[in-house]
Design a protein around this ligand. Structure first.
Ligand SMILES: *[C@@H]1O[C@H](CO)[C@@H](O)[C@H](O)[C@H]1NC(C)=O
Ligand SMILES: *[C@@H]1O[C@H](CO)[C@@H](O)[C@H](O)[C@H]1NC(C)=O
Ligand SMILES: *[C@@H]1O[C@H](CO)[C@@H](O)[C@H](O)[C@H]1NC(C)=O
Ligand SMILES: *[C@@H]1O[C@H](CO)[C@@H](O)[C@H](O)[C@H]1NC(C)=O
Ligand SMILES: *[C@@H]1O[C@H](CO)[C@@H](O)[C@H](O)[C@H]1NC(C)=O
Ligand SMILES: *[C@@H]1O[C@H](CO)[C@@H](O)[C@H](O)[C@H]1NC(C)=O
Ligand SMILES: *[C@@H]1O[C@H](CO)[C@@H](O)[C@H](O)[C@H]1NC(C)=O
Ligand SMILES: *[C@@H]1O[C@H](CO)[C@@H](O)[C@H](O)[C@H]1NC(C)=O
Ligand SMILES: *[C@@H]1O[C@H](CO)[C@@H](O)[C@H](O)[C@H]1NC(C)=O
Ligand SMILES: *[C@@H]1O[C@H](CO)[C@@H](O)[C@H](O)[C@H]1NC(C)=O
Length: 796
């Protein structure tokens, strides 16, 4: 107890004695030390500057620094330990270490809080002197012009006359000014001033050492270009800019040395020049850049809102609170604002987030544009993406923000034109207005009692309608916002069919259902410009999603009698298939009479587009053709053997082989496909559907189908791909011309003649002969003679 009260008392006494006992010299030598406890200090020869300990903040933090001695008001010009403050003044001291360095120590800590940190000093003869220009210098006592270290080369937030601001060419180490965090905390803040590292001879102000928000303009002889205030000072200050092999820097001096000046980077992000012209006047601010705080980047921090009020420039939006309580007191908004309630987007059971409108603001720049959407669509785009934190829309489009919002500015007076921005908030924020809602309900109740059942009916009706609308929203998705890329990537990456089959077994495919409105928007209202073609059951359109992804939209026409059954078949079956050689069904849409299937988009159309066209077929060289044949075989093998069901496609033909941007073949159109049991080898149908020329004889004549009917079609495909000719062009009654032609050539050992001569002979004729062989084996009349897809060993 006694000691505890004695200590502050002693400190107080020492404070009083300070004036009498402070070391009245400008030099510190080995063996001497400055103690924070004794509030020791040294003063420059002309008593202009003083070096010693000072404190800031509560609880107090102690720093070693230099300040003006005579001027009214403490004005710190340099700090040694700005990053690592001292907390115990009773044991803090500045002294020389054994090796001649200056070190700042506290208590028994061996590691200095700060040090000049030099090597190879003449350890017995260093001394430190505080000069009248405010420079603190470590030098050789026996040769005072040998300077080892000077505080001017380690500036904090102040640029003094005589100091060099710039960088070394060798190490590109900038001598830059860095703002204090706030007036109570000198540790490095977010704003800094330095020379443009791109050697353009100008100074830049940066936020977070990376985002440039102000440039001085390049050096023009006597001043910097976009900086007229500086020219106005040319009769008082002598600015110069030096660039040589060693370094590039700017420095300045005053013509009348009894005047004073200094530059300061404030914790508000401005660079300011102060002048002191005569002892009769105090310091005054000569200029500040940027002129307006509204041009300082991210002054109000994340989610902070700037508004024109110099004494109190920042606020938090509704639902947010200042990062710390020092913010409003010290105007240090670098921490910005924090949500009071976290967003619940990831949590499916929670109430939906909502949006708070902030009117008339300038919009933060880091938005993403979504061009084709309106107000409601813009809101949906944001609510459906958990990374979206705000949106805004105008006549031409929609803007969305992710991550954090910087530079929100509320406009109050003329000049800039503001826009409304909608900020995402948690549902819990709404409860703040609940108090008012109670009053509303009381009024409603009173009204209901007064006006009777009529109003009640009306209320019930409207709330029912609301419910219904909500139900619809929940069940069908907005396709514009969907991202299929990961899904498609996974399929294309999985090369092993078995692996794929296993993966499929674990996770059941869930086919997304999309709203008609969004599908219509994606295809530009099913415009003819977007039409890709007309399939057997209806037109196919190309669509585009917000993220740029393309899709194919197959509409099943209302008139086509086959429509509904094929639709059911296709959606149920294909949704469960995943293979890189099968076209992927991404979703569907059923609304009223409309039945729509959404597929991945294949930019290279279908095989028949190339194969049977005299000019286009040249694009299918032998390598591509082999790649296509191989892919079809893989896809078919998957259907027959590795998918969860044994599937017979029943309509394999070139127009159902689609090609993606890399000419990978994908089997499409599962409208006629059938699932057969594992033991079932053959089925019979009364309704023979398919395409002549590709149907096996037993199916075409008797309606019998099995995996072997697909094998037959595959054989025809191989022969067509090799020959570049269409089988049906030779079809007359029961003689399959291309097939018998191929067989005759094979028999006579002339099968090379079958090959498409328009693209020249392949270098790998033996492989092509093997393909013809496989093709012929597959088109044998008796199903049992044909190989299964498993037997088909595609040559490499
Ligand atoms: C200190 O100042 C006095 C006059 O004010 C001057 O005569 C003396 O040379 C100065 N000493 C140093 C070391 O600059
Ligand atoms: C420094 O001085 C001490 C004692 O004065 C002496 O023992 C030591 O050898 C000196 N070192 C050098 C490098 O001169
Ligand atoms: C004093 O130091 C300067 C600068 O390092 C050097 O040029 C000069 O030669 C030194 N003088 C003596 C006497 O050592
Ligand atoms: C320097 O130039 C690079 C490349 O031109 C540019 O990306 C960078 O923003 C420039 N830096 C500054 C501070 O202007
Ligand atoms: C500042 O920049 C660093 C990287 O240079 C980055 O990690 C950090 O997130 C940035 N701070 C803010 C607030 O953006
Ligand atoms: C201005 O400063 C430069 C370099 O510091 C110096 O060479 C020049 O003589 C000074 N000009 C005047 C008028 O003092
Ligand atoms: C230098 O400045 C001082 C203080 O303002 C003033 O009294 C003095 O007249 C000035 N000297 C010249 C040469 O302007
Ligand atoms: C600026 O903010 C302060 C503190 O909130 C307030 O008292 C003052 O009225 C504001 N001034 C203007 C012009 O809005
Ligand atoms: C309207 O929004 C689009 C982005 O969707 C943007 O490119 C455009 O600049 C905005 N127009 C105005 C006047 O802000
Ligand atoms: C929005 O700001 C502009 C310009 O600053 C001003 O003229 C207008 O009255 C403001 N509108 C609203 C609704 O506050």
């Amino acid at each position: 107890m006694g000691i505890n009260t004695a200590k502050p008392f002693l400190f107080f006494v020492l404070l009083l004695l300070r004036a009498y006992f402070s070391i009245a010299v400008d030099t510190l030598s080995k063996g001497q030390s400055l103690s924070a406890m004794n509030t020791d200090s040294i003063s420059s020869n002309g008593s202009i500057f003083e070096l010693g300990f000072f404190k800031r903040g509560t609880p107090p933090k102690f720093y070693l620094g230099i300040w003006f001695k005579r001027l009214v008001g403490e004005r710190i010009v340099w700090i040694a330990n700005k990053e690592k403050h001292l907390s115990d003044p009773s044991s803090s001291r500045l002294e020389f270490s054994e090796d001649g360095n200056l070190v700042l120590l506290e208590g028994s800590y061996k590691m200095p809080f700060w040090s000049t940190n030099l090597q190879n000093l003449p350890s017995n003869s260093t001394e430190a002197v505080l000069r009248d220009d405010g420079n603190f210098v470590l030098r050789d006592r026996s040769n005072v012009s040998a300077i080892f270290w000077e505080s001017f080369n380690h500036p904090t937030n102040t640029w003094r006359p005589g100091a060099k601001l710039g960088m070394d060419k060798a190490g590109k180490v900038p001598k830059q000014l860095i703002s204090w965090k706030n007036s109570e905390n000198p540790s490095p803040g977010v704003f800094s001033l330095r020379l443009d590292p791109n050697e353009s001879n100008q100074f830049i102000l940066e936020w977070n050492r990376s985002q440039v928000y102000w440039r001085s303009g390049v050096w023009k002889g006597k001043s910097f270009n976009s900086f007229p205030e500086m020219r106005g000072l040319n009769h008082i200050c002598n600015f110069s800019f030096v660039s040589n092999e060693k370094e590039t820097y700017s420095t300045y001096s005053l013509y009348n040395t009894s005047r004073m000046s200094q530059f300061l980077i404030t914790s508000n992000g401005q660079i300011q020049q102060y002048m002191w012209l005569s002892s009769a006047e105090p310091w005054f601010l000569f200029w500040a850049q940027p002129n307006s705080l509204s041009d300082v980047y991210a002054l109000c921090g994340p989610f902070g809102i700037y508004h024109d009020n110099t004494s109190h420039p920042c606020d938090c939006p509704k639902g947010f609170e200042p990062f710390s309580d020092t913010q409003t007191r010290l105007n240090d908004w670098s921490g910005g604002c924090l949500r009071r309630h976290p967003l619940q987007c990831e949590n499916r059971n929670a109430k939906k987030d909502w949006f708070q409108k902030i009117p008339n603001t300038t919009l933060p720049i880091n938005w993403k544009a979504y061009s084709t959407v309106g107000a409601r669509r813009c809101e949906l785009a944001c609510i459906n993406s958990c990374s979206c934190i705000a949106y805004a829309h105008n006549n031409s489009g929609c803007m969305i923000w992710e991550g954090t919002l910087l530079n929100l500015q509320r406009l109050s007076d003329g000049g800039k034109v503001g826009q409304d921005i909608y900020l995402r908030l948690a549902a819990d924020e709404r409860q703040n207005t609940k108090g008012n809602k109670w009053i509303v309900w009381v009024i409603v109740a009173v009204l209901v009692l007064a006006t009777g059942p009529l109003l009640c009916l009306f209320l019930c009706f409207s709330s029912k309608r609301k419910l219904k609308r909500r139900g619809e929203e929940a069940s069908s998705n907005d396709i514009l916002l969907y991202d299929f890329s990961t899904e498609l990537q996974a399929i294309n990456d999985a090369t092993n069919t078995r692996d794929n089959a296993k993966k499929k077994g674990k996770k059941d495919a869930e086919l997304p259902l999309f709203s008609y409105e969004s599908v219509s928007a994606a295809t530009n209202n099913f415009s003819t410009a977007n039409k890709l073609g007309e399939g057997g059951f209806g037109p196919v359109y190309k669509g585009k999603l917000l993220k740029g992804q393309e899709i194919a939209v197959k509409m099943l026409s209302k008139r086509s009698g086959q429509g509904l059954e094929e639709f059911r078949n296709e959606t149920i079956l294909i949704a469960k298939l995943q293979h890189r050689n099968l076209v992927r069904l991404l979703g569907c849409c059923v609304e009223g009479d409309e039945k729509i299937l959404i597929y991945e988009y294949m930019s290279n159309k279908s095989l028949d587009f190339y194969l049977f066209d005299p000019t286009m077929k040249r694009m299918l060289d032998w390598k591509t053709r082999i790649h296509i044949m191989e892919g079809i075989a893989q896809g078919l093998l998957y259907l027959h053997q590795y998918s969860r069901f044994r599937i017979i496609h029943r309509d394999l033909k070139p127009s159902n082989i689609l090609l993606d941007s890399e000419m990978n073949p994908k089997i499409s159109d599962f409208g006629m496909a059938r699932i057969v049991g594992d033991n079932e080898t053959q089925s019979k149908t009364n309704r023979i559907v398919g395409t002549y020329g590709y149907m096996s004889p037993e199916y075409a004549l008797r309606g019998l189908y099995s995996v072997k009917s697909d094998v037959f079609s595959f054989g025809v495909l191989l022969l067509e791909i090799v020959s570049g000719k269409k089988n049906t062009c030779f079809y007359n009654n029961e003689s399959l011309y291309l097939l018998s032609h191929a067989w005759e050539l094979w028999r006579d050992g002339r099968s090379l003649e079958l090959m498409d001569s328009t693209i020249g002979y392949p270098s790998c004729t033996s492989i092509m002969v093997r393909y013809i062989n496989i093709g012929l084996l597959c088109v044998q009349k008796s199903p049992s003679d044909r190989p299964t897809m498993h037997d088909v060993k595609i040559p490499q």
